[in-house]
Design a protein around this ligand. Structure first.
Ligand SMILES: *Cc1c(COP(=O)(O)O)cnc(C)c1O
Length: 387
């Protein structure tokens, strides 16, 4: 972490060791105790005489890491025995084509609910995959919130499914626009499994895995660092997956071989393991969900208390707990000024995506509650001083 330029501190830096409050959307903040563990393990992993980065992915230390991460994630997410937890590479973006490559039958239709930037990418890649490799298949956009700049989650009435979708694809939290499916899910036609890009909110609160056929995402937001893509998938979907595609693109390859058919991103998977143990230590998802609701709550309250000054992008009922998007009503110059002052107060990574402008505060699992309090104070103070 580079040292902060704190020439004009508005508040004493409350972070430890020169570290900023990292509101970045991903890669994102890790818990301090996880980082300290990694520091040790990079030098000498559990007395192995070599560091985690250097350990064989076939040795007994890595065997234990694989067993633990599976067991701990199952426990945290109450993941039933008929689901596998796979680790792949290529990120959530790679799943854009791996999902149809595995799960879209010849001549079948995949339905997509488009709620933001990443969902648009999922449609594009699925279409492109079909054109090249499964030309009788089709991609159907069942709903699209682009008409209002993806500021809301479509209702059941606004969603028109195809006659017989092979699956329904959704994005649980829209990292760039700051909306999230809260307390409801798409009412997919019977027999169509829900496939969810859960990159931005996996294991941020209790979840009923049985409502989904597949949940996937990059680990670098809520579950660790870059390099590992988690895929939580029901056994029957692994089974029905196409067999005519290369081995490294088939889910069954990873299911059969503990996600190590070749050299896996073992450092990233090890980090997921540390995050899983950390989540357990926090008291599991019920407790973590409460903490995450509180963190988002203080910031939304600061914005709502100053509605004359700040504009929240997401419709209130669909606000994400993970990514808060907002901007000053007075224009871009105020946004810039706010971010400069926030940075001086150790709040970094607030710049919004170029699709939305303004600010985005990402509050993933490891983001500390004090950081949310500091930002909420800044939001209030800034509105009072500049309003
Ligand atoms: C970050 C993100 C992605 C992209 O993930 P990669 O792992 O970088 O491919 C996709 N979808 C959502 C919802 C995201 O938040």
């Amino acid at each position: 972490m580079t040292t902060m330029q704190t020439s004009r501190p508005t508040k004493p830096a409350t972070t430890a060791g020169g570290r900023a409050f990292n509101f970045g959307a991903g890669p994102s903040v890790l818990p301090e105790e996880v980082i300290k563990q990694i520091q040790q393990d990079i030098w000498n992993y559990a007395g192995a005489g070599m560091g985690i980065l250097e350990l064989s992915h076939r040795g007994k230390h890595y065997d234990q890491i694989v067993a633990d991460v599976d067991c701990d994630l199952r426990e945290i997410g109450s993941i039933p025995a008929n689901y596998k937890i796979l680790f792949m590479t290529g990120g959530a973006t790679g799943q854009n084509w791996l999902v149809p490559a595995n799960l879209l039958p010849i001549g079948g239709t995949g339905d997509y609910i488009v709620t933001g930037y990443w969902a648009e990418g999922s449609v594009k890649d699925a279409q492109q995959y079909c054109q090249g490799a499964n030309p009788t298949a089709s991609i159907h956009v069942a709903a699209n919130s682009a008409d209002q700049k993806h500021s809301y989650i479509p209702s059941d009435e606004q969603t028109k499914y195809s006659a017989k979708p092979a699956y329904v694809h959704m994005t649980s939290s829209n990292t760039i626009y700051g909306t999230q499916w809260r307390g409801r899910l798409p009412n997919a036609p019977a027999g169509a499994p829900l496939i969810c890009d859960a990159s931005s909110d996996i294991f941020s609160e209790p979840i009923d895995i049985t409502k989904f056929g597949v949940l996937y995402g990059g680990a670098q937001k809520n579950l660790g660092t870059t390099g590992a893509t988690f895929v939580i998938i029901r056994d029957d979907l692994i089974e029905m997956g196409h067999k005519h595609i290369p081995r490294m693109t088939q889910y069954r390859t990873y299911a059969k071989d503990e996600s190590r058919p070749n050299t896996p991103p073992h450092f990233a998977i090890y980090t997921v393991g540390l995050m899983a143990k950390w989540i357990k230590k926090q008291g599991g998802l019920a407790k973590l969900g409460q903490i995450n609701r509180d963190k988002a709550g203080v910031i939304y309250k600061a914005l709502d208390d100053n509605q004359g000054f700040w504009l929240s992008h997401a419709r209130e009922a669909d606000r994400s707990l993970m990514n808060i998007t907002f901007r000053a009503k007075g224009g871009d110059a105020l946004d810039e000024k706010f971010m400069t002052e926030a940075k001086a107060a150790s709040c970094d990574g607030l710049k919004g995506h170029r699709a939305t402008g303004g600010m985005r505060a990402s509050l993933y699992n490891a983001f500390p509650a004090e950081g949310a309090d500091v930002l909420a104070d800044l939001i209030r103070d800034f509105a009072q001083k500049n309003g």
